[in-house]
Design a protein around this ligand. Structure first.
Ligand code: GLU
Length: 475
């Protein structure tokens, strides 16, 4: 078990796709844990699988982490004492460690073909035995191995798992005992000579002096084999923390089909990075307050009472709620800057509007925004003059009142103060039989095309007197 002197954690994504919520949460928890313990947060890019890796994804990971404010202390670009931080550049280190394990007799060459292994697997299934590699090649004599190597027979290296159990310390679950009899001698290399995730990930954690391995619970079985490698080298095993998986409302593992699974979805809808961090920290966690910035979360986070195991349900409504809080919390300048791309895409004419006016518009709808993209619909009334349609009037049972209000508006005195004007108009319409509720609905329809939304006072302020009365006169 480990004797930790300083906390070193890492986020180790494989650049095989766009960041999704599970990755983001792993990065975030590592970041918070490092901060809480005045530790080091390492970023390592696990790009051993050359066929599936795309360098654009690496850049995307770096950009996303920056956007989320999850700054690392060692890693690509910044470098650090355990560089390189790309697995694709660490081949020599893996080769050295393979030799060390070979010298200790912990690994062996395996010449079995995929077909051989598949046949054995099928037999084990029929015999109701756990499907495991049966260590055939462990029994090969040195002479046979030498001949096969001389003939350049394709082979891989396997780790010879001992017949014992191994204990791992998990922060959320306590001590986990793995019975290694239930595990297969896993591969350290591929037939093309490249190294597997199991091995490279272990060597990197060891050589980068990672004290706590915080990662998804889907890696639990890998942990058993990796702990066996630490033991084989008499090295301290890090403390582990297997994070619960995130599931959708039906209890199924979150997938591409679920809205908000990928960070791109969330960015495009106008979720703020502050809200995403905040949400992913508080789900499955224990905090004195639900709303907090990264530094507040560090201060209030209690790692002793984290969600131990099982699953965490992703609740987009809660994320929206937290996002709304952040929309209210950030400065007006920052909000305007973030809303602008959404408005520009929808209303190119915004370029001709003064920033002061735009700020006023955005401020007026701020209490109604859950996500930034809501601003497009909320401000549609400003950019598109509303047209009242008959079906809408019918549906809202307003047809009979329209003409009554229209007549009163025609006779009204627009030189009055707004509040006096509205009061007078309302009294006049009431006298001719228009209920107050219907009066306001119709006014809003004329001003915005919708029966609800901003107050009349706010509408007057953002539309300006001229536009305000022009729209009313269309009723
Ligand atoms: N590259 C692995 C992944 O993305 C990292 C697992 C780990 O954190 O150990 O799943």
């Amino acid at each position: 078990m480990s004797t930790i002197t300083s906390v070193r954690v890492r986020f180790a994504p494989s650049p095989t796709g766009i960041m999704h919520l599970g990755n983001v949460r792993a990065a975030l928890i590592n970041y918070l844990f490092a901060k809480k313990n005045q530790g080091t947060f390492v970023l390592r890019i696990e790009d051993t699988d050359q066929e599936r890796n795309v360098s654009a994804y690496t850049q995307q990971i770096l950009d996303d982490l920056e956007w989320l404010g999850l700054s690392y202390t060692e890693g690509p670009v910044l470098s650090g004492p355990y560089a390189p931080y790309f697995q694709s550049e660490r081949d020599l280190i893996y080769k050295d460690f393979l030799k060390i394990l070979e010298a200790k007799g912990s690994v062996y060459r395996c010449f079995c073909t995929l077909e051989d292994i598949e046949k054995k697997r099928q037999r084990q299934i029929v015999l109701k035995q756990p499907p495991r590699y049966d260590k055939t090649c462990l029994k090969l004599s040195a002479a046979v191995i030498a001949t096969k190597v001389a003939l350049a027979e394709p082979h891989i290296w396997r780790f010879n798992l001992p017949d014992t159990s191994i204990a791992v310390h998990d922060l959320a679950r306590g001590v986990i005992d793995f019975d290694l009899k239930n595990f297969s001698d896993f591969a350290l290399t591929r037939t093309n000579g490249t190294f597997t995730f199991m091995f490279a990930n272990f060597v990197d954690d060891l050589t980068m002096k990672i004290s706590h391995v915080i990662r998804g619970e889907d890696h639990l079985t890998n942990t058993a084999g990796q702990a066996a490698m630490y033991a084989a080298l008499d090295a301290d095993t890090p403390v582990f923390w297997h994070l619960p998986i995130i599931v959708n409302s039906e209890g199924k593992k979150l997938s591409k089909r679920d809205f908000g699974f990928s960070l791109v979805d969330l960015k495009e809808a106008g979720f703020l990075p502050e809200a995403i961090d905040n949400y992913l920290a508080v789900i499955g966690g224990s905090f004195s307050s639900e709303i907090g910035s990264l530094s507040e979360l560090v201060a209030t986070m209690n790692f002793d009472t984290m969600h131990a195991s099982g699953q965490i349900t992703y609740d987009v409504e809660k994320l929206r709620w937290i996002n709304h809080h952040w929309i209210i919390k950030i400065s007006t300048e920052s909000l305007v800057e973030r809303v602008m791309p959404f408005l520009k895409a929808a209303y190119p004419s915004i370029d001709t509007i003064a920033l002061e006016k735009i700020t006023q518009l955005i401020t007026s709808i701020k209490p109604e925004l859950r996500i930034l993209a809501d601003s497009v619909e909320k401000l549609a009334f400003y950019f598109n003059t509303p047209v009242i349609n008959h079906e809408q009037l019918e549906a809202l049972e307003l047809v009979e009142y329209r003409i009554l209000i229209h007549n009163c508006i025609k006779k009204s005195d627009i030189s009055l103060e707004l509040s006096d004007y509205i009061k007078k108009l309302q009294t006049a319409t009431q006298e001719v039989g228009v209920p107050v509720k219907k009066f306001y609905m119709l006014l809003r329809l004329a001003l915005t095309g919708k029966p609800d939304g901003l107050s009349i006072k706010d509408l007057y302020a953002v539309l300006g007197s001229e536009e305000f009365f022009a729209r009313l006169s269309e009723l």
